[in-house]
Ligand binder design. Structure first.
Ligand code: FAD
Length: 460
């Protein structure tokens, strides 16, 4: 198909929702996915939940999550870095995404008897993101969406706010497509080391990419160069603490390290650099991602004693362990005196909670940085360490869109036949910070809008 009505670039949530919606609107649709079929689906493969507004309990989410609660959560998570019009549109249109997914053949986990605890704000895919993708690919195929794997868009040529040509790289070599409309759903640039290096310098070498190696950002770069409105923060990245032994790409959620309150965290020189007890929320690993990025060699070590090792949840890689701190330091190729001194200084500063206070309020006195809660001494052998690095999930630079998901142009107005959905435009709504389940909801809601609008435009 050299001249499809709608060309969808990408193969994750946003792309499939756009392709299915465009096809249902009556358009001929070609979807091109850079990854081979076995690795199709981008970061969506790793996801497990989506955020949905609902005024009553549903089969998939408990209690209620009204529009204003969703809005307040979004405002607070982003610190106001959100486009209110697009955010409200997202929230309202999230209310029927579970019905839409069910109609497309996707199964969600029921609140009663599910594997993961039921949530008020999010719903979980039964079988995870990959199972959801398999259902959407099957539905797209049955509807007649043409799908090409191992087929990458390299450049979109924009003239007078119209996409005239799309240069692609396919198995047979470079080709040029001339679609009537194009929907860019190809995510961010988090797998592109060179891109990361321009923003983070040498530090980018220390990052581990938690997701797909195919988030290479060519389309994003091509559109920004040709005058698409840039949104978000070019240096922004959602980083979390992951095990430093994780693969360079695609390790997924199991690589996270989470039990910082059970011990102390030191850098490669054996020095503490942040309060390990201050953040005990379930998302604490995300604060540590950014902190690690600013340390030498982007590496830190969570140090635990036997009590901490017992408290730590099961992990992908076993902790490094030793009978003494000196032996542990040798395994970490760290100065043993330095590590022993950090632990001794910390232990000496630990104080019990005040009478009647929360038993977790063990804290330090006169220590910089302090450990404000959960400060138990590290004295019982064996000692253990988890090596950690920043794991990148996505970048915060994207392209501006309007309420029809049309790409906005710096010169004014929006492109006539170019739409965008998913992570490539998510920074319109989440300019910084994160809310669990939001990224997938953005992909579904804007994928559907973009697919329908692109098809309507193509069909005249
Ligand atoms: C470990 C992990 C866990 C996550 N868990 C959740 C979660 O539970 N809930 C949630 O809401 N979010 C989660 N996220 C974030 C979420 O997965 C992504 O933000 C979401 O998948 C974005 O959807 P998308 O369709 O925009 O991009 P993706 O799903 O990443 O898809 C992008 C697609 O574009 C393709 N592509 C890229 N460049 C080109 C090109 N030039 N030509 C053709 N194709 C191209 C890629 O191969 C890929 O198929 C998680 C992310 C990670 C890494």
């Amino acid at each position: 198909m050299q001249r499809p009505d709608v060309l969808v670039i990408g193969g994750g949530t946003a792309a499939l929702c756009a392709a299915i919606s465009a096809r249902r609107t009556g358009a001929q649709v070609l979807l091109i996915e850079q990854a081979p079929s076995g690795l199709r689906g981008g970061n969506t493969r790793h996801s497990r939940n989506l955020r949905v507004m609902h005024e009553e309990p549903t089969a998939f989410s408990s209690d209620t999550y009204p529009e204003d609660d969703f809005w307040r959560d979004l405002w607070s998570a982003t610190g106001g870095a959100t486009d209110p019009g697009l955010a409200r549109l997202l929230i309202r249109r999230s209310s029927d995404v579970t019905d839409w997914l069910a109609d497309a053949g996707v199964h969600l986990q029921p609140t009663a008897g599910g594997v993961l605890p039921a949530s008020r704000k999010t719903a979980f895919f039964l079988g995870g993101g990959k199972t959801m993708l398999n259902a959407l690919y099957a539905r797209a195929g049955r509807l007649g969406v043409a799908i090409r794997y191992g087929c990458a868009a390299r450049e979109l040529l924009l003239q007078n706010a119209r996409v005239e040509q799309v240069k692609i790289q396919a198995e047979g070599g470079p080709q040029t497509l001339r679609p009537l409309t194009t929907v860019a759903c190809c995510g961010g640039a988090q797998a592109n080391r060179q891109w990361l290096r321009t923003q983070w310098g040498e530090a980018a070498e220390g990052f581990i990419n938690r997701g797909t190696p195919f988030a290479t950002g060519e389309v994003l770069a091509s559109l920004l160069q040709q005058g698409a409105v840039a949104v978000g923060d070019p240096r922004g990245a959602y980083l979390v603490a992951v095990d430093a032994r994780s693969p360079a790409d695609d390790g997924g959620i199991v690589t996270r390290v989470r039990c910082m309150p059970a011990g102390i965290v030191v850098d490669v020189e054996g020095r503490r650099f942040h309060d390990e007890g201050v953040d005990t929320a379930s998302t604490r690993y995300s604060a540590w991602g950014g902190l690690l990025a600013d340390r030498p060699r982007q590496t830190g070590y969570l140090i635990l004693d036997a009590r901490g090792l017992r408290a730590a949840p099961p992990s992908l890689y076993p902790p490094l362990t030793a009978r003494t701190l000196a032996d542990l330091a040798a395994q970490l190729e760290m100065d043993p005196d330095r590590l022993q001194a950090s632990v001794a200084t910390y232990n000496a500063a630990v104080r019990p909670p005040a009478e009647g206070a929360d038993p977790a309020d063990w804290h330090t006195i006169g220590l910089h940085p302090p450990k404000s809660r959960h400060a138990l001494t590290l004295i019982e052998p064996p000692f253990g360490a988890y090596p950690m690095r920043p794991g990148i999930t996505f970048t915060y630079q994207g392209i501006g869109v309007d309420a029809q998901a049309r790409v906005r142009i710096q010169a004014g107005g929006s492109a006539e036949n170019l739409f965008a959905a998913g992570m490539i435009m998510a920074p319109n709504i989440i300019g910084r910070g994160y809310l669990s389940g939001l990224a997938i909801t953005i992909g579904i809601v804007f994928g559907r809008i973009a697919g329908e609008e692109a098809a309507r435009h193509a069909l005249g």
